[in-house]
Write a protein that binds this ligand. Structure first.
Ligand SMILES: Nc1ncnc2c1ncn2[C@@H]1O[C@H](COP(=O)(O)OP(=O)(O)OP(=O)(O)O)[C@@H](O)[C@H]1O
Ligand SMILES: [Mg+2]
Length: 241
């Protein structure tokens, strides 16, 4: 059982969308090659925007979110897909009590799930406790100088062993982006961090989002390269200790 934290302090890089794609993929897989039962997956968030619900196509009023689970041990549990559930966040006011209890709350939730994915807020440090609980960290990224500087700073501060992959997302395939991507790959060459092939900024994805579908709910041939990129990350999530 692992806790996966999808983090970048930069906004709009695709944290929430990618969290849903990776969590959904995980929930479609069997627990084990010998067991014909799917993984049970939970998504929680440190972002009160709750964009996961938008991407999953649910328009739901948030009642008792993660705060309630922390203070009362009970709260909203929203079914997104088969074997895929979501606990929303009512507000990002992380009181000292909230911070103290987050670990034990996630650990008790962990008993009912094979994987917990955490969709992070684009603010440095705000969800540090979640980062500390996480077993693995995945970083979606733009290929621009400012975002890469932010990632370098994040990598300096974090337990680097937890960082499994960086997913360049929303790329426009410009010469400049490709140059930065190659330089960045070079810098991380020799580490255990996978820099995946880039995911383009594409109408293919915007259209799927507009239809409230994940990439695993599309039968279009054109989506296959994107499924492959996500598949390379999935392997690190489900196979690697
Ligand atoms: N590869 C892509 N192609 C097209 N649109 C994309 C792609 N990836 C993400 N998007 C869109 O980009 C926007 C930002 O994505 P998302 O909300 O997942 O980012 P985020 O990092 O969670 O943002 P925030 O920092 O606000 O939480 C969304 O409108 C999403 O639909
Ligand atoms: Mg988000």
């Amino acid at each position: 059982m692992s806790i996966i934290f999808i983090k970048n302090n930069k906004g709009g890089v695709g944290k929430s969308w990618l969290t849903l794609q990776l969590a959904h993929a995980t929930s479609l897989l069997n627990k084990d090659i010998n067991i014909n039962i799917n993984n049970k997956v939970l998504i929680v968030t440190t972002d009160s925007q709750n964009n996961i619900l938008d991407f999953a196509g649910l328009d739901i009023e948030i009642g008792a979110g993660l705060e309630s689970w922390i203070y009362k041990g009970d709260g909203d549990l929203i079914r997104l897909r088969n074997n895929l559930e979501y606990i929303p966040l009512g507000n990002s006011n992380f009181t000292p009590t909230f911070k103290n209890k987050i670990k034990s709350t996630l650990y008790s939730l962990k008993e009912n799930y094979d994987y917990i994915f955490i969709d992070a807020v684009p603010v440095a440090g705000l969800d540090k406790e979640f980062e500390e609980i996480a077993d693995k960290i995945i970083i979606p990224a733009f290929m621009d100088v400012v975002t890469l500087q932010g990632i370098n700073k994040f990598l300096d501060d974090v337990n680097i062993k937890k960082v499994k992959a960086i997913i360049p997302n929303r790329l426009n395939n410009t010469a400049y982006e490709n140059k930065l991507l190659n330089e960045f790959k070079e810098v991380l060459n020799g580490t255990t961090i996978l820099v995946t092939d880039p995911i383009p900024q594409t109408a293919l994805i915007s259209n799927l989002i507009a239809k409230n579908k994940t990439v695993w709910e599309s039968s279009s041939k054109k989506i296959e390269p994107i499924q492959e990129v996500l598949g390379s990350v999935l392997e690190l999530i489900v196979n690697e200790k």
